[in-house]
Ligand binder design. Structure first.
Ligand SMILES: NC(=O)c1ccc[n+]([C@@H]2O[C@H](COP(=O)([O-])OP(=O)(O)OC[C@H]3O[C@@H](n4cnc5c(N)ncnc54)[C@H](O)[C@@H]3O)[C@@H](O)[C@H]2O)c1
Length: 357
């Protein structure tokens, strides 16, 4: 099987993974069709990440629709105008700390929004089999691991934060639409992504930008929580393989097979930023500050991704040190993007360039 798509609806395409996915599809992947980016532009949505592509492909292969995935009428209108034959669903509230402070938006977007999209797709596609809805999820739905073991696709769900609970609900809904209505669904659960265009509330860009700006580098608890890290383009290449050749009704774990304690990762990042920016290593190290742990902080995530490797032949291609260095260089060489994000100016930029807010 090798699915071919004409029009892919990307939800959340102005976010970190979504904007990288659109770059990947238009610049690197074996895809000749068009992309519709549906995004409501929360604080995490930034069209500056797609500015060059939007100019190059606007109205031919790239279309932007400002809409909320919870707004059924808007989603129906977009389905009717563009007749997508695939959806990749990335739109979400995605930050665990924000979900602890205010869970409601997570339930609305991640649960109700996913339901709305699934239901509109079901009605629009009416039993077609030549279409696909790919739902993007996280390894956080599986809960927390001890010192050993890995999450597999059959690990029972055990979400601990409002974020992971909302993503778990959306995963169950997506698979329920496959089993109940035959909607062609594939699903992936991935570990922590890093790379260009990531909003600096997430660990790696936050630390890089704080290092550059001489601010403190906050580390939760004892810094020994373990995460698996994957370069965003490796994640996107995996998703694209699933979209083309994955089995409907099946979920695939995606990971970097690259576990790091937060504090060890930060030590390495400090060294790379020192080398790339010329800032003194001792000064950057002195910025590290331990802060009170996040409530319910999962200790360890680790992914067994043998299914996607064995069944679809995907594997990671970016070594962690190279990926971190590429990411650091990207943040250092895109000061306008980072300044606009830090100052909130990216919102004004979108007003001037798109008049969409
Ligand atoms: N970043 C990671 O490490 C990671 C890992 C595994 C899975 N995921 C999942 O991947 C997806 C994308 O993550 P990300 O890091 O790019 O997130 P992000 O926060 O950078 O981007 C989310 C995007 O969704 C948009 N959005 C939010 N609510 C919306 C709504 N109601 N309607 C339309 N658009 C809306 C935002 O404007 C933003 O552009 C999410 O589903 C997340 O759960 C992320």
């Amino acid at each position: 099987m090798n699915r071919r798509f004409q029009t892919i609806l990307v939800t959340g395409g102005a976010g970190f993974i979504g904007s990288n996915f659109i770059h990947f599809l238009l610049e690197k992947a074996d895809f000749q069709g068009r992309i519709v980016n549906l995004d409501t532009l929360t604080y995490a949505g930034n069209l500056e990440s797609l500015a060059e592509l939007a100019v190059k492909f606007k109205g031919t292969r790239y279309f932007f629709e400002k809409a909320d995935i919870c707004d059924r009428a808007a989603v129906e209108r977009i389905f009717a105008s563009f007749a997508p034959d695939a959806v990749i669903h990335l739109a979400a509230e995605s930050h665990v700390d924000r979900s602890i402070l205010g869970p409601e938006a997570f339930i609305k977007t991640n649960v109700m929004g996913t339901f709305t999209l699934l239901d509109v797709a079901r009605n629009a596609w009416k039993g077609r089999h030549d279409v696909l809805f790919h739902h993007i999820s996280t390894d956080e739905v599986f809960g927390s691991l001890g010192d050993s073991g890995y999450f597999t696709e059959s690990t029972p769900y055990d979400p601990r934060s409002p974020y992971s609970a909302s993503k778990a609900s959306s995963d169950h809904l997506a698979l329920a639409y496959y089993h109940t209505y035959g909607l062609p669904i594939t699903l992936s659960n991935c570990s922590n992504n890093y790379g260009p265009f990531q909003f600096p509330e997430k660990l790696i860009p936050l630390m890089i930008m704080n290092m550059i700006e001489g601010k403190s580098l906050p580390v939760y608890g004892d810094g020994k929580n373990i995460r698996d890290w994957i370069y965003v383009e490796d994640h996107n290449a995996a998703v694209w393989e699933i979209m083309k050749r994955g089995e409907a009704g099946r979920s695939y774990n995606i990971g970097g097979e690259n576990e790091w304690e937060n504090i060890r990762l930060l030590d390495r990042l400090v060294e790379i930023v020192a080398e790339e920016s010329g800032k003194p290593l001792s000064q950057l190290r002195s910025q590290i500050t331990y802060v009170k742990d996040r409530p319910g902080h999962d200790r360890r995530y680790a992914i067994d991704c043998s299914r996607i490797k064995n069944e679809l032949g995907w594997k990671q291609s970016v070594d962690f040190d190279d990926g971190l260095r590429k990411t650091v260089r990207w943040y250092l060489s895109n000061p306008l993007w980072t300044e606009h994000v830090r100052s909130g100016e990216y919102l004004n930029w979108m007003d001037r360039n798109y008049a969409v807010r």
